[in-house]
Structure formats: structure tokens, C-alpha cells
Design a protein around this ligand. Structure first.
Ligand SMILES: *[C@@H]1O[C@H](CO)[C@@H](O)[C@H](O)[C@H]1NC(C)=O
Ligand SMILES: *[C@@H]1O[C@H](CO)[C@@H](O)[C@H](O)[C@H]1NC(C)=O
Ligand SMILES: *[C@@H]1O[C@H](CO)[C@@H](O)[C@H](O)[C@H]1NC(C)=O
Ligand SMILES: *[C@@H]1O[C@H](CO)[C@@H](O)[C@H](O)[C@H]1NC(C)=O
Ligand SMILES: *[C@@H]1O[C@H](CO)[C@@H](O)[C@H](O)[C@H]1NC(C)=O
Ligand SMILES: *[C@@H]1O[C@H](CO)[C@@H](O)[C@H](O)[C@H]1NC(C)=O
Ligand SMILES: *[C@@H]1O[C@H](CO)[C@@H](O)[C@H](O)[C@H]1NC(C)=O
Length: 523
């Protein structure tokens, strides 16, 4: 088919390749396929793939046999890659995407069908993100609840690690698909991610336009595996190999999952990312997590912005789940509370100065003693996804006056004469029960400081008084829920009344009085 004479003087090495099988090498990137969702306006979606160096590629978007857009580009000589940025599209579809490669007189076309425009969210993390819909409470009814969600499309990335940053995904376990019971519950810790799916379903209920969900997760992995060399260096993470404790099951070498499961996705346009990870850092580089997590967010933002030629927002919204609970005895008592705190860059709430445009779902009250997947894998993912989607609506979609964070105190006053510590909350509080141990004060005499329980005493709509009589010395700090398993299922003592969002854990030095200023968004 190829006319060798035509090329002979031009690019000799190519002819052998092209000549043996015409069109070889012309393809879309691995994750550009039928049923996909492309990012809608105001961004332009990126379509890319591989081709013959020097060839021209035209990408057309067609609907009802009509071409609605055409974009031309050429295949880069050094990389075999072609890439086009589509004009911003309103949400909807379906479209056909046709790519045509022309070199000399030879054309080749590729096409993908049933493509929608909407918001594309990437979901990543470890086993609690990987847990599938078949593993959660009410699995059967959740898996069959798909009829209304045919415009929520799912893709699950294969579990692969690499020593170097890869250009494209080596594999996908589930190519872009419509949701079915089978795709949502393929097997334990495979696909589809329940948190990702339920988050997308909640968003669809609100937004009523297509949602694309990409799950790229691997259980038993520390944050270091998902971090690029740049962010690890910024946080001075030791280079030497992590010797995993026996609980670790996934790969743990620095950057190996960033390289193979995230970097290849940087060339697509995204709306945002959600993340559920940290259990594997409760015993590993725990004290660095207040650097490694904000650094990962910043680094992913740069890489996705740059990789999509500026189409993915520079500070795209990034949501995450604060660690839930665990009953296993091997967990250090301080690891969970430390990681929960470090997940907020030690502010106690997000967004904050170090973590702009982020949102968090508190999950410490969703512990699940009887989970068949061990208590570290709670089955109530519905509440996790619900809380997370409230954050997305407020932070990513700018919904005003939506409560998406539980109450934190804005003022802490010692009323010494009364033996009370008076907390004033910015939001209304709902006190479910009076707990004698969940608040603790650090009490010092001489050089000795001890954490002592400060029983909850009286309360009103915005204030709570703690009994500090147990402290005979100087009171220097106060902390709330600073324990792996702070309360029974949905039974922490403090919530916001109408949203039922739990008060997040915090630690505050009394000299500073305030554990954190409240974010502007919360007001
Ligand atoms: C090949 O593509 C070129 C440019 O798009 C077009 O002009 C030409 O007609 C095409 N040829 C065939 C055989 O389709
Ligand atoms: C992980 O690190 C060890 C030691 O540095 C090395 O032998 C191994 O090949 C690495 N694995 C991967 C997947 O990079
Ligand atoms: C998933 O795990 C549950 C609980 O251990 C078990 O009953 C079920 O058979 C597992 N499913 C598959 C597909 O392995
Ligand atoms: C991070 O937390 C550690 C303690 O775990 C603390 O020593 C350090 O100052 C914190 N760093 C930042 C940047 O907040
Ligand atoms: C794809 O994204 C990566 C990561 O940001 C970047 O290094 C690469 O240049 C991008 N590819 C293209 C063709 O722009
Ligand atoms: C499971 O379904 C029951 C009955 O509809 C409902 O009351 C319960 O809240 C559901 N559980 C979760 C975790 O969504
Ligand atoms: C706690 O502070 C609030 C607001 O400043 C005040 O109204 C309330 O009376 C105080 N509670 C106690 C027990 O003093």
C-alpha cells in the first residue's frame, strides 16, 4: 500500500516500519476510548496519541453525521506523539471522535464512539479508595442502582509500577465503560472504587451532566510511591528503600506509582482529584506527612496543568478523606491522629493557606468493628462520599452557604476561677452526648507534662465548657479526638446539627488559644 519511492529520500528508517504494516503506530492514548468523558468548558479537552513522525493528524468531533469541530496537528518527530486541544464544549453528547493521519497520499482513520463532555475526576489512594462497590454496605442495591447514571462513566487503571515516568498507561483493567453491576463489583479491591463511584453519582445528582471517573489506586501503598522525585526532594524524604512493615501489601518504592499510574494521565484535561490514602504512613515517615501530602497536591497540580497545555486548572480542586479508624493492635496510638492532623497540613481544616482549593471528608466516626475486610476498611462508603461531595460542591463548584465542614472552636478561654475551659465554636454545635475522655488537656508542673481527660460539662448552641479541675499545674494544650478510634459509628459527641458533619479532630496550644482560623469558604 505504501509507495516506497515517495518516501525514499525523506525518512528512510520509517519506511520499513510503515511499509510492513500501513498505519502501524497510529493510535489513541490508552485511555482515549469509546464511552469516555472528556472535560467540558471552560477548559478544552486534550486528545492525544501516537503516529508516524512528520504525519499530519486531524481530529474531528462529529454528532449525527455532522462534523462540529476539526483540529489539525502534526506528529512530533522526537516522540511520535500528536496532541490537540479541542475548543471548549458544553456538557452533553454523544459524539464520535475521528482522528485521521495523513502522510503523503496515505490516510488512516481511527474513531471512538459515544463520547460525552462533562467533568472528569481522578480518584487515587490506597485500599480504602480501591474498595469496590461490592464490598460496601447495601452492596446489592448500590450495584443495581445504575439506570439513572448512564452518563457517569468509569475507567480503572491497571496496577503497575515503574522506575521511570511513563508516557502512557501500560494497561487499563476497565476501559471507559457505562456502569453495570459487574463493572462496579468486579471483585474485592479491584474495580470500581466505591468512594469514586458514589462521589461521582452524588455529583451527577447535583449537576445533571456527564461525569467521568478514573480510578487509579493500589492498596497498602505509602504516599512516597505516589509522589514524584520533585516532591520527595522538597520534603527531604530519605532515598533509601522503605522496608515495609508486614501490614504493607502494595509497592512502596519512591515514585513507582506516580511513574506508572499517574504521570501518564497528566496529558488529559481534568476537573479535579479525590484522594483516600494515609493508613500506610501511620508507621512510616509519619512526621513528614504534613510536607509530603501538600507537596503531592502542589506537584500533581503543576504536572496536570503543564501536561494538558494549561487546560487543567493550575489549582484544580483536590478533595480527600481524612483517615477513619482501625482496631488493629499493631497501629501506634499516635499514628492515626498524627496523620489526620498532617492531612490538613496541621491546620485542622481545609482549605487553608498551605492547601488552597482543597476539601476534606472527616471519617473518624465511621469505624466498622465487624468489617469482613478488617476494621481498617469500613464499609460505610456512602457517608464518606456524601461528605466529600459536599466539599466539592462548596469548593470546586462554588455553591454558596453550603456547610461542608464540621465545627471547630474559634476561641478557647481558661476560666480559672471556675475550673472551666470555655470553647466558642464558629458554627452551631450539636452535642450528641457528654464524653469524659475525648477532650484532653496537657497539664504541666515543673518540666513534666501529662495529657489528662477534660470532661465535657455544660454547653449551648455555640459554646462548650470543659472541666479542667483535674489539672493542678499549668494548662498548655488542648486536643480533641486524638486517638485512633475516638467513638462508635456516627456517635462522636460533636456534630454540626443540620449537616450532621462531625467536628474534626484538633490540637491547640493554649498560649495561642486558637487551633485555627476559619476558612473564608466556611463563612
Ligand atoms: C486524505 O486526507 C487528506 C487531508 O485530510 C484529504 O485531502 C484526502 O482526500 C484524503 N484521502 C483519502 C483517500 O481519504
Ligand atoms: C524497589 O527498590 C529496590 C531496591 O532499591 C529495587 O531492587 C527494586 O527493583 C525496586 N522496585 C521497583 C519496582 O522499582
Ligand atoms: C470478597 O470478600 C468477602 C469477605 O471476605 C468474601 O465473602 C467474598 O467471597 C470475596 N469476594 C470475592 C469475589 O473474592
Ligand atoms: C510537621 O510535623 C512535625 C511533627 O510530626 C513537626 O515537627 C514539623 O514542624 C511539622 N512541619 C510542618 C512544615 O508543619
Ligand atoms: C504529558 O505530560 C507530561 C507530564 O506533565 C509532560 O512531561 C509531557 O510533556 C506531556 N506530553 C505532551 C505531549 O505535552
Ligand atoms: C443501607 O440501606 C438502608 C435501607 O435503605 C439505609 O437505612 C442505610 O442508611 C443504608 N446504609 C448506608 C451505609 O448507606
Ligand atoms: C463561654 O463563652 C461564651 C461566649 O464568650 C459565653 O457566652 C458563655 O457564658 C461562656 N461560658 C461560661 C461557662 O462562662
Amino acid at each position: 500500500m505504501v509507495a516506497p519511492g515517495f518516501f525514499l529520500g525523506l525518512v528512510l528508517p520509517l519506511i520499513l516500519w510503515a511499509g510492513s504494516s500501513a498505519g502501524v503506530g497510529f493510535r489513541f492514548a490508552s485511555y482515549i476510548s469509546d464511552y469516555m468523558v472528556l472535560q467540558k468548558e471552560p477548559a478544552g479537552a486534550v486528545i492525544w496519541g501516537y503516529g508516524l513522525p512528520g504525519a499530519t493528524v486531524t481530529v474531528s468531533l462529529c454528532q449525527d453525521q455532522e462534523t462540529v469541530m476539526r483540529k489539525g496537528t502534526s506528529v512530533k518527530a522526537d516522540s511520535n506523539i500528536w496532541m490537540v486541544v479541542l475548543d471548549p464544549m458544553k456538557p452533553g453528547g454523544p459524539f464520535e471522535v475521528v482522528a485521521e493521519q495523513t502522510i503523503g497520499r496515505i490516510n488512516h482513520t481511527l474513531n471512538i464512539q459515544n463520547v460525552l463532555f462533562g467533568d472528569v475526576w481522578l480518584c487515587s489512594g490506597q485500599s480504602n479508595m480501591q474498595m469496590t462497590v461490592s464490598q460496601i454496605f447495601n452492596a446489592t442495591s448500590e450495584m443495581s442502582n445504575t439506570a439513572a447514571y448512564q452518563s457517569v462513566r468509569i475507567l480503572s487503571v491497571s496496577l503497575i509500577q515503574a522506575q521511570k515516568e511513563l508516557e502512557d498507561l501500560p494497561g487499563v483493567d476497565l476501559p471507559w465503560s457505562k456502569p453495570t453491576a459487574k463493572n462496579l463489583g468486579h471483585g474485592n479491591f479491584t474495580y470500581m472504587s466505591a468512594v469514586c463511584w458514589l462521589f461521582g453519582r452524588n455529583l451527577y445528582d447535583t449537576l445533571q451532566y456527564p461525569i467521568g471517573l478514573i480510578s487509579s489506586t493500589w492498596g497498602g501503598t505509602p504516599i512516597e510511591a505516589w509522589s514524584s522525585g520533585r516532591s520527595l526532594k522538597a520534603c527531604r524524604v530519605p532515598k533509601q528503600r522503605f522496608i515495609p512493615p508486614h501490614s504493607v501489601s502494595g509497592p512502596s518504592n519512591n515514585s513507582v506509582l506516580w511513574n506508572a499510574m499517574i504521570h501518564p494521565l497528566c496529558n488529559m484535561t481534568l476537573k479535579g482529584v479525590i484522594w483516600y490514602q494515609g493508613e500506610n504512613n501511620v508507621n512510616y515517615n509519619t512526621g513528614l506527612y504534613n510536607c509530603t501530602f501538600p507537596a503531592l497536591i502542589e506537584d500533581w497540580r503543576q504536572a496536570f496543568h503543564y501536561g494538558s497545555q494549561g487546560q487543567t486548572q493550575r489549582l484544580f480542586p483536590f478533595g480527600f478523606v481524612q483517615l477513619s479508624s482501625d482496631l488493629s493492635k499493631t497501629t501506634s496510638q499516635d499514628g492515626f491522629p498524627q496523620i489526620r492532623w498532617h492531612q490538613t497540613a496541621d491546620f485542622g481544616y481545609v482549605p487553608n493557606l498551605r492547601m488552597p482549593n482543597t476539601f476534606m471528608a472527616v471519617a473518624m466516626d465511621l469505624g466498622d468493628k465487624n468489617s469482613p475486610f478488617k476494621s481498617i476498611h469500613p464499609r460505610d462508603k456512602q457517608t464518606v462520599a456524601y461528605r466529600l461531595h459536599l466539599g466539592a460542591r462548596a469548593v470546586a463548584y462554588g455553591e454558596k452557604d453550603l456547610i461542608f465542614q464540621g465545627p471547630l472552636p474559634e476561641k478557647i478561654e481558661v476560666l480559672s476561677g471556675k475550673g472551666l475551659l470555655n470553647l466558642t465554636y464558629y458554627q452551631k454545635i450539636q452535642v450528641l452526648r457528654l464524653d469524659n475522655k475525648i477532650f484532653e488537656i496537657s497539664c504541666c508542673s515543673g518540666h513534666q507534662c501529662k495529657w489528662l481527660p477534660a470532661p465535657m460539662d455544660t454547653f449551648s448552641t455555640h459554646t462548650l465548657a470543659l472541666d479542667i479541675n483535674p489539672c493542678r499545674g499549668t494548662l498548655v494544650a488542648l486536643r480533641y479526638a486524638w486517638i485512633t478510634w475516638p467513638c462508635g459509628y456516627k456517635l462522636c459527641p460533636l456534630y454540626h446539627p443540620s449537616s450532621a458533619l462531625p467536628a474534626p479532630p484538633f490540637i491547640a496550644f493554649i498560649t495561642n488559644q486558637v487551633p485555627g482560623h476559619h476558612s473564608k469558604v466556611a463563612k
